[in-house]
Design a protein around this ligand. Structure first.
Ligand SMILES: NC(=O)c1ccc[n+]([C@@H]2O[C@H](COP(=O)([O-])OP(=O)(O)OC[C@H]3O[C@@H](n4cnc5c(N)ncnc54)[C@H](O)[C@@H]3O)[C@@H](O)[C@H]2O)c1
Ligand SMILES: [Zn+2]
Length: 665
């Protein structure tokens, strides 16, 4: 392609992005991508000055005043800002300004670069009479009625010496919290959410119906004076202070600084503060403080020479999804991970981004081969923010297929209806889950192996001494004492407590297997219900649900667990290693088939105790009263549940009655 064509093409691309951004308030690419192409064009134009187009996007302000609004001509044009992206370029900017000054060490006014849109607001005799957007810089849109609804902006100025005419300029923006709320409201109503707070602010300010604008959480901060008729200080910083004194909102973060170090320190400090600010900022604006020196420095086509924006490293960038792989987490969750063409974003090179689960993939509508926007803000892990559909090439894309077996251990993948996450069902066997499984196995409520803490489990696995809980029982003290910081005495102690832990209960053993959602209480109920492990292994999903507290999902987890050959192997190995428990006697389940509800407070027993005791007798304990309820146990200050039970004519027991019921058995 000839350079001329290339310039033409880049210009058209930027015009197109400008249209999406400024007119539709719906950018298709991240700002960093726009800035990259803009810079490409600037470089080409600098190298080929004769090819510079009069109407080049690099030579003008990007916006447009829509004809649906009344037009306003700005008395002083509203310009954009030049950008720098690194300390060296900021230094050059400062040096150029310093060169034009007769004074040593000129001062800079430093302001956060608010990420919203610029507005010009005119006060006559202290009253707000007109507000306009920047538009193309010469002509903006009359948005007076909408601006009047912005809550932190006064309709009337206060204080002394207010100029007869005062044009303030500043940013209309949206607080992060307000933005999140608004987007939730929009998506709940089936409408399209805004891509970012900037576009939400622009879209809200340019509503034809000011009632809609009024309902949007807009805010305003002043950062400049346009035309005025009266007295104003000759310093940018002092002017901001003056605006504040007249009751106008300004950012708390504005500072006056001299010297490069001061400027860089501010940048550093606000970068760190950024995640905690209530509003989005995308950089810092450095302005020559002395207004006379500003005038000396003047303007170029689209920006003043006396100010520059030092932008933060982009938090969003465009790249390609080259593949999708599946990672197994330490609890067995299988997560799709997008393998990206490496891209620099948020200050680091990113080549992976989690896609979380099926639902997220569906929401994004993402395919392998898609161009995507990757986001990395602060220390948050990189995310795929959205797909750039305009760039999809259907011949180069393919759908994401979820695996049938675990990519680490090849156990079957468990899919639970209604759950977005799929899981490896080889809990005891899977290499990815090994450490967690063994830690859980040894924990206090499980086999309670004294001296086998999490650190030691990690060491044992890392030194390849064990790879399943069953192998713990084959360890010798000679082996264990080879581990770092492990003396002979503590090694012997460990082997001893391993021996002791073999005598356990069926409930603890079940719990120790780490079956998903089988906690202590469920393990107890299972043990009491089935009394031996073989019966549990053989139970169907349906049968399992007759156990107190076991619903369909838990029943499926248990069922799947015992359908995995590898899990059965480990269970058998554990039994062979000598794990045993006393036989569970056949107790009379006197309350089988009954449903209790417990309400109010009790003095001699806790509610949890009553619940467990009832469950041990075979009763179900429910949370709310219904026709199925057999008995309501009502303590002190029982409320609506008691009333309902009375209405339904259900049996009611007070504390004395329940205590005697539980004791008689
Ligand atoms: N993603 C896209 O498709 C797309 C398209 C067009 C533009 N853009 C983005 O917009 C930028 C260009 O927009 P722009 O011309 O508004 O420039 P800009 O946002 O880089 O800088 C100028 C603007 O900064 C704002 N600002 C915030 N705080 C300020 C302060 N303290 N003092 C002065 N001004 C302050 C004002 O609104 C001002 O008009 C691009 O660099 C790009 O990041 C993106
Ligand atoms: Zn696995």
């Amino acid at each position: 392609m000839s350079i001329q064509n290339e310039i033409q093409q880049l210009s058209e691309q930027l015009e197109n992005y400008n249209y999406q951004y400024y007119v539709l308030d719906e950018p298709s690419v991240p700002d960093a991508e726009y800035d990259r192409i803009f810079q490409q064009l600037v470089t080409l134009e600098e190298q080929n000055p004769t090819l510079l187009l009069a109407n080049s996007p690099t030579q003008k302000v990007g916006g447009l005043a829509l004809s649906k609004f009344e037009q306003v001509t700005h008395q002083l044009p509203m310009l954009s800002l030049d950008n720098v992206f690194e300390a060296a370029a900021l230094k050059d900017f400062m040096a150029r300004a310093q060169d034009k000054s007769t004074q040593a060490n000129i001062a800079f006014c430093i302001e956060p670069k608010l990420d919203g849109l610029a507005a010009s607001i005119i006060y006559e005799n202290g009253l707000l009479v007109q507000a306009a957007t920047r538009g193309d810089g010469q002509t903006g849109e009359n948005v007076t009625e909408n601006v009047k609804t912005i809550k932190n902006l006064p309709l009337k100025l206060r204080g002394d010496n207010i100029p007869d005419l005062l044009e303030v300029r500043g940013e209309v923006f949206m607080l992060k919290a307000g933005f999140d709320k608004l987007n939730k409201k929009l998506t709940d109503a089936g409408e399209k959410a805004f891509v970012n707070p900037r576009n939400a602010a622009a879209g809200s300010l340019r509503q034809l119906d000011s009632k809609v604008a009024a309902s949007r959480p807009l805010a305003f901060y002043c950062y400049a004076v346009g035309v005025f008729d009266g007295e104003l200080p000759n310093s940018q910083f002092a002017r901001i202070e003056q605006l504040k004194a007249w009751g106008l909102p300004v950012s708390e973060e504005v500072k006056k600084v001299t010297g490069e170090q001061g400027c860089l320190d501010y940048y550093q400090a606000i970068s760190e503060k950024r995640p905690d600010l209530a509003y989005e900022i995308d950089g810092v604006v450095y302005k020559v403080d002395d207004v006379a020196l500003q005038q000396t420095l003047g303007f170029v086509a689209r920006a003043p020479r006396w100010a520059t924006a030092y932008k933060f490293p982009a938090e969003e960038a465009v790249t390609i999804v080259e593949n999708v792989e599946f990672q197994v987490g330490r609890t067995g969750a299988i997560t799709p991970v997008a393998k990206l063409k490496p891209v620099f974003v948020g200050g680091v090179t990113v080549s992976n981004a989690t896609l979380h689960n099926k639902d997220e993939i569906k929401r994004l509508g993402i395919l392998i081969g898609d161009a995507v926007v990757v986001r990395r803000a602060g220390d948050v892990i990189p995310q795929v923010a959205r797909v750039i559909l305009e760039q999809r090439d259907s011949e180069k894309t393919q759908t994401i297929v979820f695996p049938e077996v675990c990519p680490v251990c090849e156990s079957a993948v468990e899919r639970i209806e209604g759950e977005a996450t799929i899981r490896c069902s080889g809990g005891l066997y899977c290499g990815a889950q090994r450490k967690e499984a063994i830690k859980h196995f040894a924990s206090r409520k499980a086999l309670d192996i004294d001296g086998l803490g999490n650190k030691l489990v990690e060491l044992l696995v890392d030194h390849k001494m064990i790879d399943s809980p069953a192998q713990l029982f084959a360890l010798t003290s000679a082996q264990v004492s080879l581990l770092p910081r492990m003396g002979e005495v503590s090694a012997k102690k460990l082997i001893n407590s391993l021996q002791l832990s073999k005598k356990t209960t069926l409930a603890r053993f079940l719990y120790s297997l780490g079956i998903r959602e089988v906690g202590e209480a469920t393990a107890n109920n299972l043990a009491n219900h089935y009394k031996n492990i073989d019966a549990i292994k053989a139970a169907s999903v349906e049968k399992l649900q007759s156990v107190s507290d076991v619903g369909e999902i838990v029943a499926k987890h248990i069922y799947y667990f015992f359908r995995q050959e590898h899990n059965i192997e480990v269970v058998n190995q554990l039994l062979e290693a000598g794990i045993h428990w006393p036989e569970i006697k056949q107790v009379e389940l006197s309350l089988a088939g009954q449903t209790f509800v417990i309400t109010g407070s009790f003095t001699t027993l806790s509610r949890a105790d009553i619940k467990t005791a009832l469950q041990e007798l075979g009763a179900k304990v429910a949370g709310s009263v219904s026709k199925k309820t057999t008995t309501v146990v009502a303590g002190e200050a029982a409320g609506s549940k008691l009333t309902k039970a009375q209405d339904l004519g259900i049996e009611i027991m007070d504390e004395d009655a329940i205590v005697s019921l539980l004791n008689n058995d």
